[in-house]
Design a protein around this ligand. Structure first.
Ligand code: ATP
Length: 457
């Protein structure tokens, strides 16, 4: 662990000894022979831990410890006491010291103690940062994320919230498409009116039509009374059609007609009724390919795709994984009235290296389970499912140190494209975007390297 230590001892040789030893262990330090000099340095520089002797001629280590605890409670203080003076050590701990070591100093033991203090401080810093970010979150609706991709999305949401254009939200399953739709509604002029969401994949075709457009009394056997459809229920507000890519073709035609005319005809009714809704749609399918394969109407695609918002997969959002995990820990700990405050460093590392095919939804489920299982204050690696605790991050193998294994550029490209396709679940649009290629170029390369056949077998 790297860290920066402030050493204080009136004996110069002691300072030098510790400084040199820490240096060998990859820990940087600055040393001073008086408490006052150390306090100035603490003000000017960023340290992870203060290591101080207790017995010093002017200001004592105990006084220094008290001052650090009062002014910089986030920085742990480790005190050095003479062997046998346990009372002094207890006094320092009472004054808020993090730990103590006895003199003569055992260097290995000192390094272990300092490393513990350093990781304590770094974790405290991270928690403080996350807590600050969580507070900022409420101002922006529920969408959490500090990564550049999410910040950019957030800006886009502000800009488009008030336009009346249809928006197609794309992204893998569990990336937060519904949350984005709700956020657009909340930020729009329609926010005081209803937000109505429907999952197009969850209903059979016949039901979907009456669900969306309503039905007249007696329109079919079960229709004992008239029913308003979701287009009418969302009147004045926003209608969100999730998994629009799963909508059967005949229903797509009816939807297109309704959107173009601004009117719906309830099933079994003679009259059309006008509606006023803003339409948001979402899909985790590659709709452009669906259009090419004639599973999705091209005209409807252009009608709903006036603005497209893409949600990046969780694995592309860097440390947002930890930010979200921290939020979910707090949420589930509170619900279960358990004293769980965060993640251990090792668990955090595992979460960062895992690929999250189920995205934020998967992370949420993993944390819910871990909070229920854990016996610790911070979630441990053991609390995570095996597929995550045993996960080795995927790599594209391009040869090792043996010259005969090295491959030509074209082969590297072929392997990398295959890898990207695999990671994004064969979604060509997403693969092209990830690779920084246009779709045509990607298709040309797939043909050139015969990847299509290989990948599909
Ligand atoms: N940025 C985020 N901040 C906080 N919570 C999030 C975020 N993104 C997603 N979630 C949470 O993750 C879960 C999945 O999100 P959501 O249902 O919006 O995903 P989706 O992309 O619509 O999924 P699907 O494609 O399966 O419909 C929800 O519980 C949601 O609250």
């Amino acid at each position: 662990m790297t860290g920066h230590v402030l050493i204080v001892d009136d004996e110069r040789s002691m300072c030098e000894l510790i400084h040199t030893d820490l240096d060998k262990r990859g820990i940087t330090s600055a040393w001073f022979t008086s408490a006052d000099e150390a306090l100035v340095a603490l003000h000017d520089d960023e340290f992870d831990v203060v290591l101080t002797d207790l017995k010093m001629p002017e200001k004592t280590g105990l006084q220094l410890c008290e001052q650090v605890v009062a002014n910089r409670p986030d920085i742990p203080v480790v005190v050095m006491t003479a062997f046998g003076s346990l009372e002094a050590a207890v006094g320092a701990i009472r004054a808020g010291a993090y730990d103590f070591v006895t003199k003569p100093v055992e260097l290995d033991l000192l390094a272990v103690t300092l490393n513990r203090a350093i990781s304590h401080h770094q974790l405290q810093k991270q928690v403080a940062k996350l807590t600050g970010q969580l507070a900022a979150r409420t101002e922006r609706g529920e969408l959490l994320g500090e990564s550049p991709a999410m910040q950019q999305l957030d800006d886009q949401l502000d800009r488009i919230a008030d336009s009346e254009s249809s928006i197609l939200i794309t992204g893998e399953s569990g990336t937060g498409k519904e949350l984005v739709a709700r956020s657009i509604h909340k930020r729009s002029r329609r926010s005081q009116q209803p937000f109505v969401a429907v999952n197009c994949a969850a209903l059979p075709e016949a039901l979907l039509e009456s669900e969306l457009f309503g039905h007249a009394k007696g329109a079919f056997t079960d229709a004992r009374s008239e029913r308003k459809g979701l287009f009418m229920e969302a009147s004045g507000g926003t209608l969100f059609l999730d998994e629009v890519g799963e909508m059967p073709l005949p229903m797509q035609a009816k939807l297109l007609r309704a959107l173009e005319e601004g009117k719906v005809r309830p099933v079994g009714a003679n009259q059309e009724v006008s509606f006023d809704v803003r339409l948001l749609t979402a899909t985790n399918r590659d709709l452009e390919s669906a259009v090419e394969e004639q599973h999705f109407r091209e005209d409807l695609f252009y009608r709903i795709n006036v603005i497209q918002l893409h949600l990046p997969p969780l694995r592309g959002r860097g440390t947002d994984v930890l930010l979200l995990a921290q939020q979910f820990v707090q949420q589930f700990a509170q619900r279960a009235t358990k004293e769980v405050i965060g993640l251990s460093d090792q668990a955090a590392e595992k979460l960062l290296s895992y690929g999250w095919p189920g995205n934020v939804r998967e992370l949420r489920n993993v944390i819910e389970r871990a909070v229920a299982l854990t016996r610790y204050e911070r979630l441990a690696v053991d609390d995570l499912p095996e597929k995550i605790s045993d996960y080795q991050s995927a790599q594209v193998y391009i040869g090792g140190a043996d010259p005969s294994e090295l491959v030509p550029m074209e082969e590297v490209e072929r392997r990398y494209i295959t890898h990207v396709l695999h990671v994004v679940g064969d979604n060509k649009t997403l693969a092209a975007r990830t690779l920084g290629l246009d779709r045509k170029t990607l298709y040309r390369k797939l043909k050139q390297y015969d990847i299509e056949n290989e990948y599909r077998t």
